[in-house]
Design a protein around this ligand. Structure first.
Ligand SMILES: [Mg+2]
Length: 219
């Protein structure tokens, strides 16, 4: 058993790569944005990728990286518009939706905690309707600091009181799990298949789930 549910009364869930398939976001940033950037700037897709890669790398883990307005300005592309063109590809990871239903029936507090920009968040909610299953939906953009920083968890706990010892965070980002651990959230789980197209990815630092069936035991 990965989780003893008797010890948990607050569940903090990430969105992209945790309940939703990261395949959408990976394809969007690695293929769709470069091809649109190439078209607008009359350059090859290879050149576009070579230009964009260091720009993306430079912003990794910062709030700008997750900010659609920042990239729209920087790249002169309508990032939110491009995302909605691909919205058919926004999908749950296996059994994530069943897990949300079970969580709601269990009467635990369930928070979505995401670094996604509000525009990206609302597009994903429109496609998947997961908002009905959460007590709170928190974007780090509201706090001005990403989940990779301890300040995010501090503000989250001040705004929505919960017991750190009886909370679990499930998130595919190891740096986010590390900052939550530093803040004191006791139960932490990673996701070993955040992108259904990519091979299994394991961690030595955190317990992993392959899909949510593993967490429905005893819930
Ligand atoms: Mg994620």
């Amino acid at each position: 058993m990965k989780v003893d549910w008797n010890l948990i009364d607050t569940v903090l869930l990430d969105m992209d790569g945790t309940i939703l398939d990261l395949k959408f976001d990976n394809y969007f940033w690695q293929e769709y944005v470069p091809s649109n950037f190439a078209r607008d700037n009359l350059i090859s897709i290879e050149s576009a990728k070579a230009i964009l890669k260091p720009l993306f790398k430079d912003k990794e883990g910062s709030l700008d990286w997750y900010c659609l307005d920042y990239w729209s300005n920087e790249l002169k592309l309508d990032i939110a518009g491009l995302k909605s063109e691909l919205s058919e590809q926004i999908l749950y990871l296996p059994y994530a939706f069943d897990f949300l239903i079970r969580l709601q029936q269990s009467h635990r507090k369930v928070f979505l905690v995401t670094n996604a920009h509000r525009a990206s968040l609302s597009l994903k909610i429109t496609k998947t309707n997961f908002d009905n299953y959460f007590d709170e939906i928190v974007s780090s953009h509201d706090y001005g600091v990403p989940k990779e920083h301890i300040g995010f968890w501090d503000q989250l706990n001040k705004n929505h009181e919960f017991d750190k010892d009886r909370a679990i965070l499930i998130d595919d980002s190891f740096s986010v799990l590390n900052s939550a651990r530093n803040f004191g959230i006791k139960h932490l789980l990673s996701v070993s298949k955040p992108d259904s197209n990519l091979p299994l990815r394991l961690s030595t630092d955190f317990d992993c789930i392959i899909d949510f069936r593993e967490l429905m035991v005893g819930l």
